[in-house]
Design a protein around this ligand. Structure first.
Ligand code: CP
Length: 326
């Protein structure tokens, strides 16, 4: 198996396979069926930054396929705090593991780590750079939500909103979306928090319509509106991050003004629930189109698929099935 470090490593065919295997995982995630295809395998979950969804869903996905999970949480609990390099750490941990999932605050650090690893490394977020497994679960979510409207991943109108400069999930998702046909993407953010040029050009070079704006205007007719959090941990100070809080809140009245009746609302989560942030108001919770928790749930399916594909067992799923009451 090979590492998963960036969405740039995937073409449409590879993505189609990942989405198809993810859908196949549903019965194994819901306990309709048990599957031990990764029995005896060990995942090392190395998280050097806070995480709820990514860390726990990687672990859950691995457990559901019959494997064991070892957790390392926080730089202070590892010997990186004694000056050990990422390369040496990888040499050691890969000797203890069959696969490694890793999050780290520094851009490209997971790639650096992977160079020292003898087993596949999956990037669970490297600073403001990328979050490829999130983008894949976002794409899976878009595909499954659009099915209700007889649409697929082509001809979509997508609005990305918030801290597009630091939000690694929207960087990865934009690159994936650029592979599909005839996409229109509107990027709404304060000027100082615009999407990096390199990400914009991935879309525009592929011939897609990209609109960059710091104002919401008129009904956007979007299929999907994807809100992001102000990534306070990437700013010099909380005060600096506070300057941008509350600029593009999404609540029911904003939704009614700028969206269609059935625009699907996404957010990678966590959403900032403090009143001054109000990026995704709780008054949206009652809407069927609020897909944020379905999105988080899809993380288990997509990560199960990525483990199965990375470790080369995706064709053996049914072979390792057992009765639910085993
Ligand atoms: N979406 C996401 O990466 O969430 P966590 O930071 O909780 O893992």
């Amino acid at each position: 198996g090979s590492h998963i470090l960036s969405v740039s490593q995937f073409d449409r065919e590879a993505i189609a396979k990942i989405l198809q295997v993810s859908a196949q995982m549903a019965p194994y995630a819901s306990r309709q069926k048990r599957c031990n295809v990764l029995e005896g395998a060990i995942l090392s979950n190395l998280f050097f930054e806070p995480s709820t969804r990514t860390r726990v869903s990687f672990g859950t996905a691995f457990n559901l396929l019959g494997g064991f999970v070892r957790e390392t949480v926080g730089q202070e609990n590892s010997s990186l705090s004694k000056g050990e390099s990422l390369f040496d750490t990888a040499q050691v941990i890969s000797g203890y593991s069959d696969v490694i999932a890793m999050r780290h605050p520094k851009m490209h650090s997971v790639g650096e780590f992977a160079q020292g690893s003898t087993v596949p490394v999956i990037n669970g977020g490297d600073g403001a750079n990328e979050h490829p497994t999130q983008a894949l679960l976002d794409l899976f979510t878009i595909q499954s939500e659009m099915m209700h409207f007889n649409k697929g991943l082509d001809d979509l109108n997508i609005v990305l909103m918030g801290d597009l400069k630091h939000g690694r999930t929207v960087h990865s998702l934009s690159k994936l979306i650029s592979l599909y046909n005839n996409v229109k993407i509107t990027m709404v953010s304060p000027k100082a928090l615009q999407m990096p040029d390199s990400v914009i050009s991935t879309l525009s070079d592929a011939g897609h319509e990209v609109i960059i704006t710091d104002k919401m205007a008129g009904n956007l007719q979007a299929d999907v509106i994807y809100q992001t959090r102000i990534q306070q941990e990437r700013f010099a100070s909380k005060d600096e991050a506070d300057l941008y809080r509350g600029h593009f809140s999404l609540n029911k009245s904003v939704y009614q003004q700028y969206c269609k009746d059935n625009t699907v609302i996404m957010h990678p989560l966590p959403r900032d629930s403090r009143p001054e942030a109000n990026e995704l108001d709780a008054d949206l919770n009652e809407l069927d189109n609020l897909a944020i928790f379905r999105q988080a749930q899809n993380g288990v399916l997509v990560r199960m698929a990525l483990f199965a594909l990375t470790l080369g067992v995706e064709d053996q799923l049914t072979q390792y099935e057992m009765p639910v009451n085993w």
